[in-house]
Each structure stands twice: as structure tokens, then as C-alpha cells.
Ligand binder design. Structure first.
Ligand SMILES: NC(=O)c1ccc[n+]([C@@H]2O[C@H](COP(=O)([O-])OP(=O)(O)OC[C@H]3O[C@@H](n4cnc5c(N)ncnc54)[C@H](O)[C@@H]3O)[C@@H](O)[C@H]2O)c1
Length: 380
């Protein structure tokens, strides 16, 4: 008999529905011994709540006040996907209620909010909490984690990572909460895109010690739904030139989080070069891993491998098919549930972002804002 994990979802927007859609494909996963079910949903948008009601006939609770879900004894865990200014209040309430938490990034709007969430976790050690980051479950990204785990790179020469979008290039794109500091936070694009690319570096100890931030506001106003222009006051693009003090020496880590990189649609990439081995993966070519081994005196030749969909959790589709964004999200949910049920004995070693990793992310972005304000290289 598979162990059932009864989820409540808070937030019925894009990601709340993405989570529900991922869970509806659970049968795709082979040999997992747990089954998540959506028991309840909470949202302030009636149309969003109605979407859940009409698509999930077994839904027990559909409420507007999220606190009602936290009182339910037959809910084990919460997936929370709400605007960033609500994270501190909601995540701490979830943790204090004893429910496990898969919280959307950036896990608090700013460092202070993140500290409140982490303090609640410290006071409730029985709660299992993780933050989202799904692109790291693409097969190519998973191979990079394995190479880091095995120490294949030798002395690291440089790390480049980025997450690039372009739809904000259109000045007529309507404003939303993600483009307003009061809801998204001062980090802007960093808080929105950053955790996705920091997950792997932070997991393997590639933690910046210093950062020089180059932040840009490119489109200062955007129309609301009625065509009135409102201030668009978040950072559109961020380029962080970081230095990591690695065991074998200091190396640069160049991070790009951009809402406006012309032509790019959801491009996530990670490139690590080293004295013995180099490798790179980008969702632009989702099946392809490029790598190069090097031995003194031997030729330098990059090789290219087709990976198919050999995923962390094997699937019915098998390795000879394509892998996409929905598959990555499903794999991330599997990792969360696996670790919730099995702890350190989870089936594969790469778990979701830990609260400690969200703290490191917040320290980096807080230092980046300081660097930009003072026009200095900021220390973490
Ligand atoms: N993992 C990813 O790839 C990814 C992608 C986009 C967004 N996100 C993250 O997901 C979170 C939500 O983003 P989104 O794109 O789903 O936003 P969204 O605007 O589509 O949805 C947010 C939802 O929160 C609801 N909400 C607002 N106040 C609420 C309250 N008091 N109680 C209950 N619900 C409330 C809104 O009604 C809306 O339905 C953010 O943290 C964002 O950074 C993650």
C-alpha cells in the first residue's frame, strides 16, 4: 500500500495550478511508494478556487482563508504559491500549524522575512520544509550535480549560470505584482529567477564570498489592465559578478537573472569549467549535455551527448523520450515527497532546496543590493 501524502494548496494562480497538474501525472513515476493527493485549496480569487473545484472532484476543502486549511487534521503538507510579500506570514503560520511545507521561492520577500521563516522552522523541528527549484531536475542538470559530487572538475576555473526571459521587452505587457517592489520585494528579478540557478552551486558549496552587482531597470512604467501607466519599480535584469573562495583557489561565478534578454524564453543554463573537466547544460537544448575531459598534452575537444529523459525518478516514458518543463516540476515534487517520507534514505540523493540554501540566497541578494547602492564589491 502506497503512503498517501495529503496536500493543501495555498494560492490558485499559475503555480498552484501547475502543482495540481504535476500531481495529476503521478502515475508517470515508476516504483514510488507514496502518493500525494490534493485534499484542499485556499485562494482569494474565486475563479481560481472554482478551477480546482471543477477539476478535482475529490477535493475536500475549497476555502478563501488559508488558515482554515491549517486547522484540518487530514492535511499533512502545504504547497504555498503566493506573492512574495505574503511568504513570511503564511510560511510561519504553516510551520507553526505543524504541516510540512513546500514553499515557492524566494522563501520570504527579503532577508528579514527569510529569518522569520527559518526561526519558525527552528522552533518546530518536526516540520519538513523545502523550497522549489525544478530546472535542476532536467537530466543534463542532474548530470552536472553528479560531476560536482564526484569532484570531476579538478580546480574550478569559472562558473557561469543564468536564467533568461524576454517577454518584458514588450513595453505594453501589463504590470503585475512581480513588477512591483511592495509585492515582489526589492530583489526584483533576482528574487523571481535567482533560486532556480543557485540551487546546484549552493548544494555543492560554491557559495559567493564577494559580489559586484550590475542591476538594471529598463522599462520604468507599465500599463495596468485599463491602460493606466503605473511605476514598474523592480529590477528588470541583474548580472552578479561573484567570487567564490574554493578549496583549490578563488574563482569567478557569473550569474545572470534577466527578465529582458531579447529572444530568450525560459533559458536556464549552468556552465562549469575546470582544469580536468568542463561541462555545460542549457534548457535551450534540453536533451544535450556538452562536456570536455582534459589531460595534459591531449587534444581539447568538447563532446556532445544526447540524454533523452533519463530522470532522477524513472518514468513510464523511459529514457528515449523528450524531457520538458512539466517533467522537471513532477520530478521536483517527487523529490519533496520522497525526502518527506524517507529522509536521508530517499531514493536518489538530490533533494529540493533546503531552508539553509534559501538563507544563502537571501544573503547574496541582500549583498547584491548593497553593492548596487554603494557601488562597491560587497562581502557576504
Ligand atoms: N517554480 C517556478 O517556476 C515559479 C514560476 C513562477 C512563479 N513562482 C513563484 O510562485 C509564487 C506564486 O507565483 P505565481 O506565478 O503562481 O503567481 P500568481 O499571481 O499566478 O498566483 C498567486 C496567487 O496567490 C493568490 N493570493 C494572493 N493573496 C492570497 C491570500 N491572502 N490567500 C490565498 N491566496 C492568495 C492570488 O489570488 C493568486 O491566485 C511566487 O513565490 C513566485 O515566485 C515559481
Amino acid at each position: 500500500m502506497k503512503q498517501e501524502i495529503r496536500f493543501g494548496i495555498i494560492g490558485t494562480g499559475m503555480m498552484g495550478r501547475e502543482f495540481a497538474a504535476a500531481l495529476s501525472r503521478w502515475l508517470e513515476l515508476l516504483d514510488v511508494d507514496h502518493t500525494p493527493r490534493i485534499a484542499g485549496v485556499a485562494g482569494t480569487n474565486p475563479a481560481g478556487v472554482e478551477w480546482f473545484r471543477s477539476n478535482l472532484p475529490g477535493l475536500r476543502y475549497a476555502v478563501s482563508d488559508y488558515r482554515e486549511l491549517l486547522d484540518k487534521a487530514d492535511i499533512d503538507a502545504i504547497y504555498c504559491a503566493t506573492p512574495h510579500h505574503l511568504h513570511a506570514e503564511m510560511y510561519t503560520a504553516i510551520i507553526q500549524s505543524g504541516k510540512h511545507l513546500l514553499g515557492e521561492k524566494p522563501f520570504g520577500m527579503d532577508l528579514e522575512a527569510n529569518r522569520r521563516i527559518l526561526a519558525a522552522l527552528q522552533a518546530n523541528p518536526q516540520v519538513f520544509a523545502r523550497c522549489t527549484s525544478q530546472f535542476t531536475y532536467f537530466p543534463g542538470a542532474q548530470l552536472l550535480t553528479r560531476f560536482l559530487q564526484e569532484g570531476r572538475f579538478g580546480r574550478i576555473i569559472e562558473v557561469q549560470a543564468g536564467f533568461l526571459h524576454s517577454s518584458d521587452l514588450d513595453p505594453r505587457k501589463p504590470i503585475n505584482w512581480k513588477r512591483q517592489v511592495q509585492f515582489c520585494g526589492e530583489y526584483g528579478c533576482m528574487g523571481d529567477l535567482g533560486m532556480h540557478i543557485l540551487h546546484i552551486p549552493l548544494r555543492y558549496g560554491l557559495v559567493p564570498a564577494r559580489v559586484h552587482a550590475l542591476l538594471s531597470k529598463i522599462i520604468p512604467q507599465r500599463p495596468d489592465r485599463n491602460g493606466n501607466l503605473l511605476p514598474c519599480d523592480t529590477w528588470d535584469n541583474a548580472v552578479l559578478a561573484c567570487e567564490v573562495d574554493g578549496a583549490a583557489g578563488t574563482f569567478p561565478m557569473l550569474l545572470s537573472f534577466k527578465r529582458i534578454e531579447p529572444g530568450e524564453v525560459n533559458t536556464w543554463y549552468l556552465r562549469i569549467t575546470g582544469t580536468q573537466f568542463s561541462a555545460e547544460f542549457s534548457t535551450k537544448q534540453p536533451r544535450t549535455l556538452r562536456s570536455m575531459s582534459y589531460e595534459s598534452g591531449k587534444p581539447q575537444a568538447w563532446e556532445q551527448r544526447d540524454l533523452g529523459s533519463a530522470s532522477a525518478y524513472p518514468t513510464i516514458s523511459g529514457a528515449n523520450f523528450e524531457f520538458g518543463a512539466g517533467d522537471a516540476f513532477l520530478q521536483m515534487c517527487a523529490a519533496f515527497c520522497d525526502e518527506l517520507v524517507h529522509g536521508k534514505d530517499m531514493r536518489q540523493p538530490f533533494g529540493c532546496v533546503t531552508p539553509e540554501e534559501t538563507r544563502l540566497q537571501h544573503e547574496l541578494f541582500t549583498a547584491a543590493l548593497h553593492s548596487q547602492r554603494e557601488q562597491i564589491v560587497a562581502r557576504l
